[in-house]
Design a protein around this ligand. Structure first.
Ligand code: PLP
Length: 444
């Protein structure tokens, strides 16, 4: 790639003058100068200064199939010429969303013999989680238990940025700015062993104890008032928080005991990221609703949605009109790209590759980073990984200014050619699933 200083200069000026970035301190950005990304291929991105950088974050946990996949562009092109848009509101449907709904329903393994028979489409993960709030409340109304309104989420979870999705999430800074959460959403602590373990406590014992925080919250709220529990199988934006193996089975026991719905937010974890099409398979959980987005199209066009299990779908479908939807629910172009993306992922066996080959290899190689004097813990799950930057390796004591240290480390990685993300003291990656072992070696 050739450096284009004029382009960088022009775009930086226009960006600073007109573009409001998500989750950005604009004064700090202006001081540093925004980085202009111009193109991408495979696992690499290029900036306008001519640097080639290994994209260790798949864009934003999206580009599982890697960049530059012609068949995804062609699927969009053909669908745009055939039928770029038609609504699905008024007794009409189109081919791509119908085929995609069936495809997803076949890909998602049944739980206890019950399938995910239906899909509600949105354009993003946030809209999908907003849909979940409407959906679970509608379900309990139809079940004759309208008092079941409370949804339990977890601190430091991320479920999106709309008013309802940010409420379900547990990002305190978002709550403070938005006067959130909305009524009827409460939170429990996250299952983060390195933060919440007791002296001498094993990860296994901690996993069970952390799951019981859910039971305590249900009892505090009143079991007959709780509608659902929402959680990411592995927390992504919170810093790749991988729960101990004992956590999810105990959560499953608790949601079954109290009959509450389980929402598995797999916006990051699905589509091969953890070595399975859906992460609930990996952890042996039995969700009623599964949120997806991002990698369903490998991020090439926006698409999200909710997979609805038979238990809820039957009641909704028989229940009269559900007064909810978006103009772009089932957008034909997005769904056509998703179908082409799933074809590609199936043909290249990307989830299996992560499960049997690159995931275990990443685990082995990433763990070696723990030998570094500033790294306390380095852990991974499939193709997500996180390490903790520490001041003291023995006690895992973080730096007091951990956010600044993380950002410095991120900057250093970027400058030396790899995208990592910093979440406080945790440095995280989620590289494209098309990575080879040799690519992993380069990244490490
Ligand atoms: N849920 C999870 C687990 C996410 O990681 C995200 C985004 O990162 C969302 C929901 C929100 O998705 P979107 O940004 O597409 O609205």
């Amino acid at each position: 790639a050739v450096a284009d200083p004029d382009l960088t200069h022009e775009l930086r000026a226009l960006d600073a003058a007109h573009f409001l970035h998500p989750f950005t301190d604009h004064a700090a950005l202006a001081a540093k100068g925004v980085r202009v990304i111009t193109r991408a291929e495979g696992i690499w991105i290029w900036d306008a200064d001519g640097h080639r950088i290994l994209d260790g974050m798949s864009g934003l946990w999206c580009v599982n199939a890697g960049y530059g996949r012609r068949e995804l562009a062609e699927a969009a092109y053909h669908q745009m010429l055939t039928l770029p848009f038609y609504n699905t509101f008024f007794q009409t449907t189109t081919e791509p969303p119908v085929r995609l709904a069936r495809r997803l329903s076949e890909l998602a393994p049944p739980v206890d013999g019950r399938r995910f028979t239906h899909v509600f489409f949105t354009s993003s993960g946030s809209e999908a989680n907003d849909t979940n709030v409407r959906l679970v409340r509608r379900y309990w109304d139809l079940m004759g238990q309208p008092q079941r309104k409370v949804i339990i989420g977890r601190w430091n979870a991320y479920h999106g940025s709309t008013v309802a999705a940010a409420s379900l999430g547990g990002m305190r800074a978002m709550h403070e700015q938005g006067d959130l959460p909305i009524p009827g959403v409460v939170h429990i602590e996250q299952p983060y062993y390195w933060q919440h373990r007791l002296p001498g406590e094993t990860p296994e014992a901690f996993g069970v104890r952390a799951a019981r925080w859910l039971e305590e919250k249900i009892l505090e709220v009143g079991p007959d008032k709780v509608a659902a529990f929402i959680a990411e199988p592995v927390q992504g934006a919170g810093g790749v928080i991988i729960p101990p193996a004992t956590y999810w089975p105990e959560v499953q026991r608790i949601v079954e005991r109290y009959g509450i719905l389980l929402i598995s937010d797999e916006v990051i974890c699905a589509f091969g990221r953890l070595g399975h099409w859906f992460a609930y398979e990996r952890f042996g959980i039995k969700p009623d609703l599964v949120t997806f987005a991002k990698a369903v199209t490998s991020g090439y066009v926006p698409l999200g949605g909710v997979l609805v299990g038979e238990r809820v779908a039957r009641v909704l479908v028989d229940g009269g009109e559900f007064t909810h939807g978006y103009t772009y629910s089932g957008h034909p172009v997005a769904c056509a790209v998703a179908l082409a993306n799933l074809d590609l992922m199936q043909r290249e066996r990307l989830p299996e590759r992560v499960r049997d080959d690159t995931g275990p290899y990443l685990a082995e190689r990433f763990a070696t980073l723990a030998d570094h004097p500033l790294v306390g813990v380095a852990e991974s799950c499939g193709m997500v990984a996180g390490l903790i930057l520490v001041r003291d390796k023995a006690t895992l004591e973080p730096f007091p200014e951990d956010w600044e240290v993380g950002l410095l480390c991120r900057q250093h990685c970027f400058d030396t050619g790899v995208v990592m993300r910093a979440v406080g003291a945790r440095m995280i990656i989620a590289p494209p699933l098309v990575m080879t072992r040799a690519d992993i070696d380069v990244m490490i």
